[in-house]
Design a protein around this ligand. Structure first.
Ligand code: SAM
Length: 500
């Protein structure tokens, strides 16, 4: 790659002789040329600027001087780009095809340009020649960029950030470093650029640590023991989760731009834990809020409950049986009773910005409005009230569920009565987050065991419960609209989950 930098302060660019970029130039991986713009002036004073046409403060850099300089620099001889037939795995060129023109790009640093990002760096790293035109004063006469763009030169007016520098040299140095380190051979270890901030899915990098393991009261062996486990898959997952959390906290704008096709199931769960949901078929994550249900939610919640319950039912149940169960157990009145009962924790998953229309399993799905509810859970404590009555809708505790005593010799069973997610958001991580919340809620209620029943045939749900720590304890029969169904009973010890 040939790099040309044109400036009125060529000495400013001496730092290019240092460090990895300097070594790459010495090794011939980069062909660096720094030019003094004043070499193209024709007057005694070597003038490069003049007053603004139309008046105003400051000086503007002259187009005639820049034109003379750039004409020369952009005409520098370059080695021809390899013809397609010479590139490994590329199809053979048609007979008589000319070698492709090497790609030359004129980069004009300016605070009013397009934002220079890692994507820009990746793109420009493929060019054969980059020419940086470093402005000073109020910048370069606007006709310069327009002229070269109109005459077939690829021109990039690029800003390195929303602030104003005195000149383009510092901006050019930033861009050159970001671009050059992506060229083969420039970095000692090419793997270092694979997992960095802004690469791949566009996340920030996870926090990094080195020895000593314990330093000034911070001991990684207790804070993050997984990092010392030697289990590479678990370490990779842990780091990826941390990268997602850090990006969600520091740069929510980056999360909103993530291409969801680059996310795996674990990423989706980590995103959901951090307030974002990446629906299947959606192109970008959308905000997610997990919160306690409130009175105004009741109608939408009953609607969601009625919509999601049939998804978990075995196929032998008739529509009438399912409808009878919903009418008896999932009405707005039942949900209102739960809302008022302190022994019940009703949680909802809400999309505050809604969801754009998208394709779900190949079928177009309607958009969801702002504030749409897409998931919920209900946790019911087996605590009698003053009259000795248990919460309405609490299922009889199956014999398979044993209730361990706590330190005071008292135990409490809590039922995870409901956890449902809208079918189009399946696999988005919402269920995992609702489950984690439910386990914490059970802990808050003082439970020594959290139990649930789920249809025997619903392997998908059982797998999701196992992933958050539930284990199979036995079976029960469960009545749905008069039909007896066989359920698997699962349990988890929720104690200490609030601290986890
Ligand atoms: N009058 C210009 C404006 O308000 O947009 C600012 C000119 S600035 C003082 C002088 C030169 O610094 C620019 O021509 C450009 O080369 C460089 N520069 C300043 N801020 C920059 C940024 N954020 N990104 C890239 N180049 C910048």
């Amino acid at each position: 790659m040939r790099l040309d930098v044109v400036s009125i302060f060529p000495d400013y660019l001496r730092v290019l002789e240092l460090s990895l970029i300097g070594r790459a130039a010495t090794d011939g991986l980069l062909d660096l040329h720094v030019h003094d713009l004043r070499d193209w002036t024709r007057d005694r004073h070597r003038t490069v600027d003049d007053t603004p046409i139309g008046g105003g403060a400051g000086m503007v850099m002259k187009p005639d001087v820049w034109g003379a300089a750039l004409d020369d620099v952009l005409a520098a001889p370059l080695p021809a780009a390899p013809a397609p037939g010479n590139v490994k795995d590329a199809p053979a060129p048609p007979p008589g095809a000319r070698p492709a023109e090497p790609r030359r790009v004129l980069v004009i640093p300016t605070p009013s340009g397009d934002l220079f990002t890692q994507r820009t760096a990746e793109d420009l790293a493929g060019a054969a020649q980059l020419v940086f035109a470093c402005g000073r004063y109020e910048g370069i006469d606007a006709r310069v960029a327009e002229y070269y763009a109109a005459h077939g030169v690829e021109v990039r007016e690029a800003s390195i950030g929303d602030y104003v520098l005195n000149g383009g040299e510092a901006a050019a140095l930033v861009m050159i470093e970001a671009i050059a380190r992506l060229r083969p051979g420039v970095l000692g270890n090419p793997d270092s650029i694979v997992e960095e901030s802004h690469t791949g899915a566009g996340l920030l990098e996870y926090p990094v640590y080195t020895r000593p393991v314990a330093w000034r009261g911070r001991d990684l062996s207790t804070e993050q023991p997984v990092l010392l486990s030697g289990d590479h898959a678990r370490i990779a997952r842990h780091r990826r989760d941390q990268a997602i959390t850090r990006t969600a906290v520091r740069r929510p704008d980056l999360v909103a731009g993530i291409d969801t096709a680059l996310l795996d199931a674990g990423d989706r769960v980590a995103l959901a834990r951090n307030g974002w949901v990446a629906p299947a078929g959606g192109s970008h994550p959308v905000p997610l809020v997990i919160r306690p249900a409130r009175e105004p939610d009741l109608d939408a919640l009953a609607d969601l409950a009625a919509r999601t319950f049939p998804d978990a039912c075995p196929s032998f149940l008739t529509a009438d049986q399912v409808a009878a169960h919903i009418a008896a157990n999932l009405s707005p009145q039942r949900l209102a009773t739960w809302l008022e009962d302190p022994r019940v924790v009703l949680t909802v998953a809400e999309l505050p910005d809604g969801l754009p229309a998208l394709t779900c399993d190949g079928a177009a799905a309607e958009p969801l409005p702002r504030g749409a509810l897409v998931g919920y859970s209900a946790v019911l404590a087996e605590l009698p009230d003053a009259d000795g009555a248990l919460p309405v809708g609490l299922d009889p505790r199956p014999r398979a569920v044993t209730v361990p005593d706590d330190a005071d010799g008292a135990g409490l069973a809590v039922e995870l009565s409901k956890v449902y997610v809208d079918a189009r958001l399946r696999g988005s991580g919402i269920a995992a987050v609702l489950l984690a919340e439910a386990i914490c809620d059970a802990d808050t209620l003082g439970a020594t065991v959290l139990w649930l029943g789920t249809n025997d045939a619903n392997r998908r749900a059982q797998k999701a419960y196992r992933r958050v720590g539930f284990r199979r304890a036995g079976t029960r029969t469960y009545d749905v609209g008069g039909q007896q169904c066989r359920d698997v009973v699962m349990v988890v010890d929720p104690r200490g989950s609030q601290q986890a």
